[in-house]
Design a protein around this ligand. Structure first.
Ligand SMILES: Cc1cc2nc3c(=O)[nH]c(=O)nc-3n(C[C@H](O)[C@H](O)[C@H](O)COP(=O)(O)OP(=O)(O)OC[C@H]3O[C@@H](n4cnc5c(N)ncnc54)[C@H](O)[C@@H]3O)c2cc1C
Length: 563
């Protein structure tokens, strides 16, 4: 069966697990009533199931191509993108004064989840525009906003982010692209960027590149970086695309997956650029775009996991080997694990989005710091889940999983990059144990207190599950205290397992809530038991690794490591 958008899951999570109600109660998001949410989810699901999902396979079989310097996209992608733009889907959370709908990010992320499950490669295009819209909204001049935002929001133009250079990947501060003042308030941008998603395409009439570059005499490292808008076609006075700018695609990368998304090497050869925000504050401005994109990339992982799980479940019902394979214990284990992981990761991502919305609507510091804490967890756990579920999806299919025509392998290949781009999951984990703990763990302890309180309250309904979650949260709280006493190197050595343990505890918390909502009886309670009894215990092993610190790793010599 083809992909079916899981509308009921979003409805349940946003009603019962991480309620949208407090967001809707704010003045800013008062329009996101139950009726609006229902209409948005239903309409988005129709687009995803009927228009976008049928494009997924073609993107893999017929990758984007570079022809005479122009990127030609996969069959049907243009019509698919037009449907996204015309439906107003780029603009769901964009500001109303520039033509957006101004709806909560939580709703936007639910839609992004469905679109990623339907066609990840195409969805990456509007995802980047959404990030750019947010960066411009916060950092661009009024004039630039008036010129660019309506076009990006309508989907007439699309946005890219240009950070990476061959010597500057995770270490963005090593970038060398130059920006020299032209004397008329604009800048000459010169340099080469690699791995630029959707750096060119035939989907939109203009492409707006946000480029990180260095002004003359800029300080070394990230402090000396500024942000520039470099349009492919320089807008005329009337806003229409005019003269061609000196930016071009040198080549497209040959990738493991995500073939429908052109990944470009970009040459800026004295291209005209406009400064966004203050000189030297480029990283701060880009962080607005990256924070949005980090959560959205986590959601990409979850969307692909959903699609992969659906395909595997369909196959397991039909495939007979001594009876339908769905009756075999190990296949049931895989399908149950996949489904339980998806619910946990989705709830965490939506909790992050709800916190983000609350922070924006009310300015409350607690909501903002909760969103900041959850962002690296949502990104890394969402994409880890995408990879793990897609891998099990292949396994459920047996040999057919390795054969491309089932499509199970495509999910596995496509989703792999989500753990790498937008900051690798290792970098996310370092952010969690570093920057996000600079409040001495205050935001983490506040969240863990809620988990423990909820677990205590759940004892009346599901005593054993509640006890397990309470004990895990308590151990994580102690481990967090231990982490705060560690030096940076020890923290970094344990960052990934610590993040995974945190995600396990949060996932269990949301499953427990689902079981309580159901009164302890029913499908959600049964799934909660799978997560809490079988997957939650991994937190203990992860924390054991996190506590080990760095010493043992550095006791090994480079030669021991084969280097
Ligand atoms: C398909 C695709 C699309 C992309 N799209 C874009 C885009 O649109 N725009 C853009 O600007 N970039 C884009 N990227 C680039 C992407 O963001 C980078 O690949 C990513 O940030 C990692 O950088 P790197 O590849 O140089 O790896 P490296 O930084 O070399 O990392 C290699 C390994 O070392 C680890 N590592 C590096 N530094 C540290 C550290 N300080 N501490 C601990 N571990 C560390 C990493 O976690 C990783 O495991 C894309 C990449 C791909 C593959």
């Amino acid at each position: 069966m083809p992909y079916r958008s899981p509308v009921g899951e979003f409805r349940f999570i946003l009603d019962q697990i991480v309620p949208l109600a407090p967001v809707v109660a704010t003045e800013r998001f008062a329009e996101a009533t139950g009726e609006t949410v229902e209409a948005i989810l239903t309409e988005a699901a129709r687009l995803c199931d009927e228009v976008l999902a049928p494009l997924q396979r073609g993107g893999d079989l017929h990758p984007a191509r570079l022809e005479n310097g122009v990127v030609r996209t996969s069959p049907g992608f243009r019509a698919g993108f037009e449907a996204i733009a015309e439906g107003g889907w780029v603009a769901l959370a964009a500001p109303q004064e520039f033509g957006g709908m101004g709806l909560p990010q939580a709703l936007n992320m639910a839609v992004n989840d469905m679109m990623s499950g339907a066609c990840l490669a195409l969805q990456l295009n509007p995802l980047l525009s959404q990030g750019q819209i947010e960066a411009l909204e916060h950092h661009a001049s009024d004039e630039m906003k008036a010129l660019y935002l309506p076009k990006l929001i309508s989907g007439e133009w699309s946005g890219t982010m240009n950070l990476t250079e061959s010597q500057a990947g995770s270490d963005v501060g090593a970038l060398r692209t130059k920006a020299e003042p032209l004397g008329d308030g604009t800048y000459k941008i010169t340099g080469q960027k690699i791995f630029i998603s959707w750096g060119d395409s035939d989907l939109t009439e203009n492409i707006c590149h946000l480029v990180l570059a260095r002004l003359p005499d800029a300080a070394p490292g990230t402090k000396g970086i500024s942000l520039f808008m470099v349009p492919k076609f320089i807008p005329n006075a009337d806003g229409a695309p005019g003269k061609r700018n000196a930016v071009s695609v040198v080549s497209l990368e040959h990738k493991m997956g995500l073939h429908g998304s052109p990944t470009c090497v970009m040459a800026f050869e004295g291209a005209q650029g406009w400064l966004v925000g203050a000189p030297g504050k480029g990283m701060a401005a880009m962080f607005t775009m990256m924070n949005n994109a980090r959560l959205a990339v986590g959601v990409q992982g979850i969307g692909v996991a959903e699609a992969s799980w659906q395909k595997a479940a369909d196959y397991a019902r039909d495939r007979a080997q001594m009876g339908p394979i769905i009756n075999h214990a190990d296949v049931r284990r895989m399908l149950a694990t996949m489904k339980a992981e998806i619910f946990a990761a989705r709830s965490i991502a939506l909790a992050c989005a709800v916190a983000l919305d609350m922070g924006r609507a009310t300015g409350e510091a607690d909501a903002t710091s909760r969103a900041a804490l959850l962002t690296p967890i949502a990104k890394a756990y969402g994409t880890d889940t995408g990879m793990a579920v897609a891998e099990m999806g292949v396994q459920v299919h047996g040999g057919m999983g390795f054969i491309e025509e089932t499509g199970a392998a495509q999910y596995y290949r496509d989703v792999r990059v989500t753990a790498i781009y937008e900051g690798t999951n290792g970098i996310q984990a370092m952010d969690l144990v570093g920057r996000k703990m600079m409040d001495r763990g205050a935001a983490a302890f506040r969240l863990l207190q809620e988990v423990e309180d909820a677990a205590k309250a759940a004892r009346a309904v599901v005593p054993q599950l509640a006890e397990d979650v309470w004990a895990a949260a308590e151990t994580l709280r102690e481990a967090t205290e231990g982490l705060l006493a560690q030096d940076t190197q020890d923290r970094f050595a344990g960052a990934v397992p610590y993040l995974r343990a945190f995600a396990r505890v949060l996932g269990a918390h949301y499953h427990l809530r689902a079981a309580v909502v159901e009164g302890g009886q029913g499908p959600r309670s049964r799934l909660a038991a799978v997560y809490i009894r079988r997957l939650l215990p991994q937190y203990a092993a992860a924390l054991a690794e996190a506590r080990e610190g760095a010493e043992g790793l550095y006791a090994l010599t480079d030669e021991d490591l084969g280097a």
